[in-house]
Every structure is written in C-alpha cells, then in structure tokens.
Design a protein around this ligand. Structure first.
Ligand SMILES: *Cc1c(COP(=O)(O)O)cnc(C)c1O
Length: 355
C-alpha cells in the first residue's frame, strides 16, 4: 500500500445517511451532495446502496464520471454558457437563475430531444446565486414556460454559503408562498421546493420545513454535523474520512532553528517557542496535499508543528504511542480538508469497512 491514503468508511457513511434520512422523514427527498468526493463512482455507489436516487455535484465533469450509474443527477452550480451542452447531457436537473443560460440549455436539450428540468433559485439574503428581484423571476418564468425542452421542476434557495445567513422557519414559509403564487399565476405545477443544504437540517429536526420537500445535503452526511449552529447530529459518526500518512524520519532536535533566520519556504515569518529538545517525526505529507488548518491528528498528544510543501513535522514527545519509522499517523479533516485531499492526485482513496 502506498501512502498517503484517504480512507472512507462505507458502513459509517451508510449509517450517517440513514440517520439524516430519518431526520428528514418521508416527505422530504434527500439529495446527496457528493462534491466532497468529486463524485468518485465507487463512493457514489455507497450512497446509492442506501436507496438514495438523486446525486448532486457542483461540477458537471464530476457528474459525467457517474453517467453510467443508475440515478438522477443534479448540477448545483449555475451553468455557464460554455458547459450548457454538457449540462443537458450529463445532468437531469440543474439549478438556474439566468434566462439567457436557460435558453442555451433549451437549445441543446432540443438537439438531444430531451426534457431538461430546472430549479429556479431565489436569493433569500445570502447573496450568492438566485433571483433577488421577484418581478425578474416572474417575467423569466413567463418566458421559460414557452421553451419546449425545459421543465420548471421547482424553486429553491441556498444559504450559509457566501453571506453565512442562517435559514429560518419564516424563510421556509416564504418560499412555500412563492410556490403558491407561481402556480396560480402561470397555471403550472411546482413539484419541488428545495430548502437548502446542511444548514437547514435543524429546521427539519424542529419540524419547521413546511412545504419544503427537498434538501441538498453534503457535509452533514460526511461530518455528522448540522451547519446552522455547527452542532453534532446524534447517532452519526464524525470520522468517516481519515487521512493516513507514513513517518519518514524520527529524530530528537531542539525546538528553535539554529542560525540566522529569515522567512520560511512559503515566504512567511515564523515564531518558535523554546521547549527544549523534542522528539519529532516527519511524515510524507505537506501543504501541497492539504492546508494545515484543515487537518488534526487523531492522537491528540501528537502535535503538528508545521509543514512545507512535502514534509509535515509532528512533535511526538508527549504521546503514549511509541512511534517508529514507517508507522502510520492518522488525521481528521474538516470540510475543505476533505475537498483538497479528494482533489489531490498524490493521495490514493480507499474504501474500508470498519464498524
Ligand atoms: C455544496 C452545495 C450544497 C451542499 O452543501 P452542504 O453544506 O455540503 O450540505 C447544496 N446546494 C448547493 C447549491 C451547493 O453548492
């Protein structure tokens, strides 16, 4: 086996999916967002084994990788003109907010003789994607319903991304009213109300989703936390994903560099505390693989001192574990850590079954 390795525990992952499903209940469709794993087919298969039928990612290239898997695919990022053709080819549903783009999607859907479904995004204050002006939304809908190969599947909102705005029950009520208004005015059926991401889970826990019947959940499944108030979700695992790297040197050294010091290899000024002679391990992992603030050791007594692009230095003096050369050190990762590690060509991904 070659390290570093990112291990994903399939049993723990399935457990977390089941817990989140039961929080959402039978009326709310769980859309599994797999962008943290770049929608790697082997990992997406684990999701599908739990009965999930809709997989979402923000990159069309990732959805293309799972075109052979039997499930519906949703593109999360508003499409660009240049990818419109791939969007209708490789996704069944996309989130949208621009009529010009939707016209493009229609054109390519027409060429392929398919019906592409869209969810129109409404901005509830987070100020990333979505219609901000209600009249613009309504006048666009008027034009969209005339497009032969586009179907308005639903409306949706996204929060806690750019502005950090926390979803509230009144927002869920308000988007339900949007549906009623649209259905009345245009005599169409709005099937789906997509009420956000992992930050809307606490509203599901409180039974305050109202007519919302769809949530797009990524992080809560993988890290076992809801994202409005960053609380642990009971019954979930938080260590589904682990990064493992191998020790390539162990030596006792002073804690302060010797000689005249300038900036480190990344051009930053570094401060050192004199803690005397310490036992230090170098692992074959670095800032090229993972940002330092996204990673922590499973062994809390092994302390990350720093890293350059390819070497990470860990103080193992206070650990009860007697590390030797060649041993594996395991790390926990946060959201961006998992994203970075998934994207790194230097890190192999394996699926394990540990529970
Ligand atoms: C990434 C993303 C999600 C999933 O967010 P999590 O916080 O991982 O649940 C949902 N919707 C959109 C539009 C996204 O870009």
């Amino acid at each position: 086996m070659r390290y570093p390795i990112l291990s994903i525990d399939s049993k723990k992952l399935k457990n977390n999916i089941e817990v989140i499903k039961s929080i959402l209940g039978p009326k709310v469709n769980l859309v599994a967002v797999t962008k943290m794993f770049l929608s790697e087919p082997e990992i997406v298969k684990i999701y599908l084994e739990t009965g999930i039928n809709l997989i979402a990612d923000s990159r069309i290239d990732n959805l293309k990788k799972i075109s052979g898997l039997k499930c519906q695919k949703m593109l999360l990022r508003i499409p660009s003109f240049s990818e419109a053709q791939d969007v209708v080819k490789f996704s069944d549903i996309s989130l949208n907010s621009e009529y010009e783009t939707i016209k493009y999607l229609n054109r390519f859907a027409q060429e392929l003789n398919i019906l592409h479904r869209i969810i129109l995004m409404i901005d509830f204050g987070d100020l990333r994607e979505g219609y901000f002006n209600r009249e613009e939304l309504f006048s666009d809908i008027e034009k969209i319903i005339k497009l032969g190969n586009i179907k308005i599947e639903g409306i949706g909102l996204n929060l806690k991304c750019y502005g950090g705005v926390i979803p509230t029950s009144s927002m869920m009520k308000k988007i339900s009213i949007y549906r009623e208004k649209i259905e009345e005015r245009f005599d169409i059926e709005i099937k789906t109300i997509s009420g956000g991401n992992s930050s809307s889970i606490y509203l599901a826990q409180k039974g305050q989703l109202y007519s919302v019947n769809n949530l797009r959940i990524g992080e809560a499944i993988v890290l076992g936390r809801e994202l409005a108030y960053d609380k642990r979700i009971e019954g979930t695992y938080e260590d589904i994903v682990r990064l493992k790297a191998q020790i390539i040197e162990i030596k006792e050294k002073p804690s302060i560099p010797i000689g005249e010091t300038g900036l480190d290899s990344f051009g930053h000024k570094v401060e050192f505390v004199d803690r005397g002679i310490r036992k230090r391990a170098i692992v074959a992992l670095g800032k090229l693989d993972i940002p330092l603030d996204s990673i922590s050791t499973l062994d809390e007594d092994a302390i990350i001192l720093g890293a350059s692009s390819d070497h990470m230095i860990i103080d193992i003096s206070d650990s009860d574990i007697k590390y030797k050369l060649g041993d594996i050190i395991e790390f926990k990762l946060d959201y961006s850590g998992i994203l970075m590690a998934s994207s790194s060509d230097y890190i192999d991904k394996i699926i394990v079954n540990e529970v």
